[in-house]
Design a protein around this ligand. Structure first.
Ligand SMILES: Nc1ncnc2c1ncn2[C@@H]1O[C@H](COP(=O)(O)OP(=O)(O)O)[C@@H](O)[C@H]1O
Ligand SMILES: [Mg+2]
Length: 237
C-alpha cells in the first residue's frame, strides 16, 4: 500500500496553467457537501504537493473554513481556506475567484440553488453534486443537476460529476442509486459510504489522508480525487 501510494503521487506534476474551480453544489443540506469539499481539497494537496489548494467557503455557516483553520492550528497546513460570497448571492464571485492565488479552488456552497449556486456553476470548471441514496435525496438532487446542465449548455468544456454520498452499503437504496444517477450524467466511480472517519476527521481539522490513511474512507476519497485529477490534467494536454 505504501509503495503504491508513493508511486502514484507524481510529485513532479506541474500545477495547471489556469486556476481550476471546483464547485460542490446541492440545495439539500446535510448531504455531504462540506465533507466532500474539505477531504477532496486535502487529498488534491496530498497527491499534488506543488499545487496551491484553497477551500472557498460560500456558506454563511463557514463550517468548511472552520474545519480547515482548525487543521492549520493543529499543524495541517497543506490547504488554506477563505470566506467568499459574503453577500449571500455571489455578486462579486467572479472577481473574488480571480483574486485568489491558487491552482485549485474548491467552493463549498450553502444548501441553496439560488444565485450563489448558479454563479458557482457558471464559474466552475468542474461541478460536483453529492447525492444521498434515499429516494427523497435523489429527488432533491434534480434541481442541482438542472443548474449544472444549464451551465454545461453554455460552456461544453464544463463537467458535472454526480457523487454518491453518505451511502449505507448493502441497502436497497444504495443499489438503486447508481443506475438512476447514470441516467442523469457522469457518475464518479467512487462512492462515499457512511463512515465515521469522515466526520471524526473534522474534530482535529484534518483531511482523511492524515486522519485515517489506509482506511476505506481514504480509498474512497483518493479514488474520487484521482478521477478529478485525470480530468484536470487531460485538459492541460
Ligand atoms: N460519508 C459520510 N459518512 C459519515 N458521515 C458523513 C458523511 N458525509 C457527511 N457526513 C456527516 O453528515 C453531516 C452533514 O454533512 P455535511 O458535509 O455538513 O453536509 P452539507 O455540507 O451538505 O450540509 C455532518 O455531520 C457530516 O459529518
Ligand atoms: Mg455544508
Amino acid at each position: 500500500m505504501k509503495r503504491a501510494k508513493g508511486l502514484s503521487k507524481r510529485r513532479h506534476t506541474k500545477p495547471p496553467s489556469h486556476k481550476v474551480v471546483i464547485s460542490v453544489i446541492q440545495q439539500k443540506g446535510g448531504v455531504g457537501k462540506t465533507t466532500l469539499s474539505v477531504h477532496l481539497a486535502h487529498m488534491i494537496a496530498d497527491l499534488r504537493p506543488k499545487w496551491n489548494v484553497i477551500v472557498a467557503d460560500a456558506d454563511p455557516q463557514q463550517s468548511a473554513r472552520q474545519w480547515v483553520e482548525r487543521g492549520i492550528s493543529h499543524g495541517h497546513t497543506a490547504v488554506s481556506a477563505v470566506a467568499i460570497a459574503g453577500d449571500g448571492e455571489g455578486k462579486a464571485l467572479r472577481k473574488e475567484l480571480q483574486e485568489l492565488e491558487a491552482d485549485v479552488v474548491v467552493i463549498d456552497l450553502p444548501p441553496a440553488i439560488e444565485s450563489i449556486s448558479l454563479r458557482a456553476a457558471l464559474y466552475a470548471d468542474i461541478m460536483l453534486v453529492p447525492v444521498g441514496a434515499s429516494p427523497l435525496d435523489i429527488e432533491a438532487a434534480q434541481a442541482a443537476v438542472n443548474v449544472c446542465q444549464e451551465a454545461m449548455d453554455l460552456d461544453p468544456r464544463k463537467q458535472m460529476i454526480l457523487v454518491p454520498s453518505r451511502v449505507r452499503q448493502g441497502t436497497a437504496s444504495a443499489r438503486e442509486l447508481r443506475p438512476v444517477l447514470e441516467s442523469w450524467g457522469q457518475v464518479s466511480e467512487a462512492t462515499l459510504s457512511l463512515r465515521v472517519a469522515y466526520s471524526d476527521a473534522a474534530v482535529s481539522g484534518e483531511g482523511i489522508q492524515s486522519y485515517a490513511p489506509r482506511s476505506d474512507a481514504y480509498r474512497e476519497i483518493s479514488l474520487l480525487t484521482r478521477e478529478i485529477l485525470t480530468i484536470i490534467e487531460n485538459r492541460e494536454e
